[in-house]
Design a protein around this ligand. Structure first.
Ligand SMILES: Nc1ncnc2c1ncn2[C@@H]1O[C@H](COP(=O)(O)OP(=O)(O)OP(=O)(O)O)[C@@H](O)[C@H]1O
Length: 507
């Protein structure tokens, strides 16, 4: 190590071992004891190293540390001058993974400690394994392992910190390289009975990113900063004693990009998505079971929460009851009884309190590092308890397409950053409410011969038509309002006149 190769160190060590063996055979016990202590001092001088072995298998099962070390060293081997590397790719990973080939050595440094890693592979013969009769035609068994050698004085750093660092880095690389999944609880009966769990998954390969998401850049920046702070917030959350999770409420008209935003968040953090269909959840305990099967570093999404289930009724009833009971104290006892009965009935179904428990109950902290997203087209329809800060930490309005958002779409769809027609479009977008979805639809090249000019013309035409329609609608609304006010005037003068004649009658 420091200045000499491992092979040299090993051969020196083997020489010393030979001498020690000879001494043990030739000398009496008392003398041997003296020599033993001298030997340890010499050993420390000539070989002041510690070696740790990490086997691929531990008690016949795959050793998690080995796999993380393998990934970590593979990533290190790219900058170091390792010559013999292997490349592998599994179905579950996005790209190939590099690792050290057998016999290859690599050095690493950590907090002043120099470390030497070596990859080993041993082919076990039938005699060694003792399984000849059973494995006659099978391939010979292989035993893979890594060894790490370092100076004794760094033992504390290596066992206390370095190995933890290697495992964390390896895990993070594996996480980045895995294929993202999207899970759904909307499964057939057959699926449930097959015992494969409550979620069904497929690979998640949505191309949306924050770069392609059309929205106000300032708002986009705030969301990105919030996500970064969240994903790096492990220590902060544990310091303040809060579960490491965050809730986002996305609201706005249809086609403004709520689902696209979820995909962009998932891609940004490399998280899996659990698309929770509340209408497929039977009751509160079903919801809890689903939650317990989700993993950390994931996003739990409930889309169109206002349509999923009636979660507002019971609370509204309760509030109404509260008012009534203050004026009618006598009925208090019977009301309480009724409420208890209602609660009993609720045990067999999904309730608002069940959902609130799902968000911030004790079970929701299991697994940690989780994001919960609700989407809705009608924020006002939701129970305030469901979306209060702390549950839904950030309320994000996804709005109609304005000029800044249009520029993102023009870049995405037409690769245009500027165009003489942009000014006209800017003016129209300030007057007309059009969703990014509809703007994008007009910007799509419908045939190969069409160019950006045609798309921009199409968009201008669509915006003008939308403007005309909006004007017409507002004129119709105004006319309606005028008519209504005329009717009210007529009615009130009629009432006034009849009131006058009634008064005359009584005089
Ligand atoms: N802000 C946006 N940025 C980029 N593309 C968008 C945006 N909004 C909508 N789109 C485009 O329109 C399509 C529909 O958008 P999306 O499904 O995200 O809207 P939504 O708000 O979730 O609609 P809904 O409320 O109907 O579910 C997307 O596939 C995307 O191509």
């Amino acid at each position: 190590m420091e200045g000499e190769s491992l092979t040299e160190v090993w051969s020196r060590f083997a020489g010393l071992m030979f001498i020690w063996g000879t001494i043990q055979q030739l000398f009496p016990y008392a003398l041997r004891k003296r020599i033993e202590s001298l030997w340890h001092r010499m050993e420390n001088y000539f070989f002041p190293y510690v070696q740790i072995t990490i086997d691929e298998l531990s008690n016949g099962k795959s050793n998690e540390i080995y796999s993380q070390v393998n990934t970590y060293l593979g990533s290190k081997s790219v900058d170091k001058d390792a010559k013999f590397l292997k490349v592998e790719k599994s179905k579950e990973s996005k790209s190939f993974a590099v690792s050290l080939d057998e016999g290859e050595e690599i050095t690493d440094e950590f907090q002043g400690a120099k470390l030497s890693w070596r990859s080993h592979k041993e082919t076990l013969s039938d005699d060694t394994t003792g399984h000849r009769s059973r494995r006659n035609n099978s391939a010979p068994m292989e035993k893979k392992r890594y060894t790490i050698t370092f100076n004794k004085r760094h033992k504390e750093i290596v066992t206390g910190k370095y190995l933890k660092h290697v495992m964390e880095e390896g895990k993070a690389i594996q996480f980045q390289n895995r294929k993202q999944k999207i899970y759904s609880n909307n499964c057939s009966e057959d699926w449930y009975w097959s015992g494969k769990g409550m979620w069904r998954d497929i690979n998640f390969e949505h191309p949306a990113t924050f770069d392609t998401l059309a929205m106000d850049p300032k708002k986009k920046g705030e969301i990105i900063n919030d996500l970064v702070a969240f994903s790096k917030g492990k220590d902060y959350y544990s310091k303040v004693g809060k579960a490491w999770k965050r809730g986002y409420l996305l609201y706005g008209p249809p086609g403004t990009g709520k689902s696209t935003m979820i995909a962009a968040i998932a891609n940004f953090l490399n998280y899996d998505i659990y698309d929770l269909e509340l209408t497929s959840v039977k009751d509160n305990s079903g919801l809890k079971k689903l939650l317990m099967e989700t993993t950390s570093k994931s996003i739990i999404v409930i889309e169109d929460i206002d349509c999923s289930i009636d979660l507002t009724g019971k609370r509204k009833k309760k509030k109404k009851k509260e008012k009534e009971t203050t004026s009618e104290d006598k009925e208090e006892d019977s009301d309480n009884e009724k409420e208890k009965e209602d609660e009993k009935k609720d045990t067999g179904k999904l309730t608002l309190s069940g959902l609130l428990n799902f968000i911030d109950g004790i079970w929701s902290a299991c697994g940690q590092e989780r994001i919960i997203i609700f989407t809705t087209n009608h924020k006002d329809k939701l129970d305030p308890a469901l979306i209060r800060r702390g549950r839904m930490d950030m309320h994000i309005e996804m709005s109609y397409c304005r000029y800044e958002a249009f520029k993102v779409l023009a870049k995405n769809y037409l690769n245009l950053e500027t165009h003489p027609l942009f000014q006209q479009i800017q003016g129209l977008l300030e007057e007309v409410d059009m969703s990014p979805c509809d703007v994008a639809e007009n910007l799509m090249l419908k045939n190969a011969s069409g160019g950006p000019q045609i798309c921009l013309d199409n968009l201008i035409q669509a915006l003008k038509e939308a403007k005309m329609k909006a004007n017409k609608d507002s004129k119709q609304d105004k006319d309606k309002a005028k008519k209504n006010s005329k009717k009210i005037k007529k009615l009130s003068s009629k009432l006034f006149r009849s009131y006058g004649s009634v008064q005359k009658l009584f005089k």
